[in-house]
Design a protein around this ligand. Structure first.
Ligand code: TYD
Length: 211
């Protein structure tokens, strides 16, 4: 069993409680088990600066945060993570698995907050140094199912409730149509193992690893 040397950038997306973080971790473990160097990052966060921004975005008493500030802070956190961690890792030949990336801004600040999608796409282009994922897995679940999986202590964005998650999910579905090469939707109502098999099969289908 050998693995291609080329570094890959794989992102996981979906609404809160969809199960993407579990899938991202399982993929990392699977790659590590094959001696493929890989790292896992999460957004917003993943660097000292980005984690400080995460605190403002999610946990500090910042109810006055306006939508555009929210979008700018999400993408500021992304720029720091991309330049400090993701790009150097890819250059070293490591795979990077990201628990959320640019599409979260499109779904949440675009769909959720109704900010203009085309503006946000440009902002993402700037923040990511034009990096796009090789594959984006959308772990798709109905909002009522996802909401039931969330813990009791909700962050500032989770507190927005059901309608917000519905708009975010609808935007993810639009992105699926807009970027069909990159996006792969997986039914997140299945069990953890079945979802992981679909993730892995897609990676094999694209010859990113040899089976
Ligand atoms: P997440 O890390 O998935 O939450 P948790 O720590 O509970 O697993 O994401 C934090 C929240 O930030 C989530 O509600 C989605 C939101 N978010 C945006 O609104 N825009 C973005 O660009 C990103 C990356 C996240």
């Amino acid at each position: 069993m050998s693995i291609s040397n080329e570094a890959r950038f794989i992102t996981f997306e979906g609404i809160d409680g969809c199960g993407k973080s579990t899938q991202a971790k399982l993929l990392l473990e699977r790659l590590n088990a094959r001696q493929q160097p890989a790292i896992l990052v999460r957004e917003p966060g993943g660097t000292r600066v980005s984690e400080a921004i995460r605190q403002i975005l999610l946990y500090k008493d910042t109810d006055e945060l306006v939508d555009r500030t929210e979008a700018l802070l999400m993408t500021a956190s992304r720029a720091q993570l991309t330049r400090e961690v993701i790009l150097p890792s890819l250059e070293e030949g490591k795979w990077v698995i990201a628990d959320r990336y640019s599409d979260s801004t499109l779904a949440y600040q675009g769909g959720g907050r109704n900010l203009d999608l085309e503006w946000l796409i440009k902002l993402n282009t700037f923040a990511t140094y034009e990096l796009t994922p090789d594959i984006t897995f959308l772990v798709d679940v109905r909002p009522e199912v996802a909401l039931g999986r969330q813990g009791l202590s909700k962050d500032r964005i989770e507190r927005e409730g059901m309608e917000f998650q519905v708009r975010a999910r609808n935007t993810y579905h639009e992105l699926l149509k807009r970027f069909p090469e990159r996006f792969v939707a997986i039914d997140g109502h299945q069990d953890v193992h079945s979802i992981q098999e679909q993730v892995w099969n897609e990676i094999i289908r694209r010859h990113f690893v040899q089976s």
